[in-house]
Design a protein around this ligand. Structure first.
Ligand code: COA
Length: 207
């Protein structure tokens, strides 16, 4: 299992822009976020929570909340998108992703605070996840959504994903996108650097 230090993770923060040009900060979740993260999930509409977790929950069960906070454990990562609201750093979206090294795939799920829907936050966050996927050496990224989740299906389509039936559950559909980004082409600065250092760490073919 990889271990990650908070100080190292802080360098992988990015600034995204909403469709109106507002700045959104994306960073790995930190232990200090525990209460705000739970508050974020409680504050989502019932429908958004159902769409995010494929079931009726009112908040994150304790075990899952702890898993969300363990960045890097079992190659799973949580990021939060935050914005300053009335002087407080406020979580407006989250995404969780897992690197499946054996299939070179990055799996992800995400949500945006209902009050911030329709502003391009998810679109920007997915682009950011693509940077992260490319830097980690993933060759494709995918996620699952309920067939009834028209918003996510539309978002995945406009973000360039193709759809396949879910292998195990007829209520779900899987969206998948190949990633063809050389390190020099990764549009997020911090992840471009990470990809270059990953490349430098790899033994060269002639060694
Ligand atoms: C799906 C979700 C993440 C989209 O977030 P968002 O920030 O509102 O999305 P964006 O503003 O980036 O919109 C992107 C695209 O989604 C689609 N979309 C957004 N709102 C929509 C709506 N109400 N109805 C249909 N399509 C919609 C559109 O294609 C839109 O592109 P366009 O505005 O250029 O037409 C958000 O609705 C959400 O958090 N839902 C609950 C959790 C969830 O469903 N997660 C997905 C499963 S993991």
């Amino acid at each position: 299992m990889s271990t990650y230090r908070l100080e190292e993770l802080k360098q992988y923060s990015d600034t995204l822009r909403t469709r109106d040009g507002e700045a959104i900060h994306v960073r790995f979740v930190e232990p200090r976020d525990i209460d705000q993260l739970q508050h974020y999930f409680r504050s989502l509409s019932t429908r958004s929570r159902y769409n995010r977790f494929f079931g009726a929950i009112s908040e994150l069960p304790k075990g899952l909340l702890n898993d969300f906070l363990l960045v890097g454990a079992r190659e799973r990562f949580t990021v939060v998108a935050t914005k300053m609201v009335d002087g407080f750093e406020t979580i407006v979206a989250e995404a969780r992703y897992a690197l499946h090294a054996e299939t070179s795939a990055l799996e992800f799920g995400l949500s945006v605070d209902d009050r911030w829907h329709g502003r391009g936050i998810a679109t920007a966050l997915i682009k950011n996840l693509e940077c992260r996927a490319a830097a980690l050496g993933a060759e494709h990224m995918f996620g699952d959504t309920l067939r009834s989740n028209e918003t996510m299906i539309s978002l995945a389509r406009t973000s360039g994903f193709a759809f396949v039936n879910h292998p195990d559950d007829w209520k779900l559909v899987q969206f998948d996108k190949e990633i063809h980004l050389a390190p020099k082409d990764i549009p997020c600065a911090s992840w471009r650097l990470a990809a270059f250092s990953r490349q430098a760490d790899r033994p060269s073919a002639s060694a």
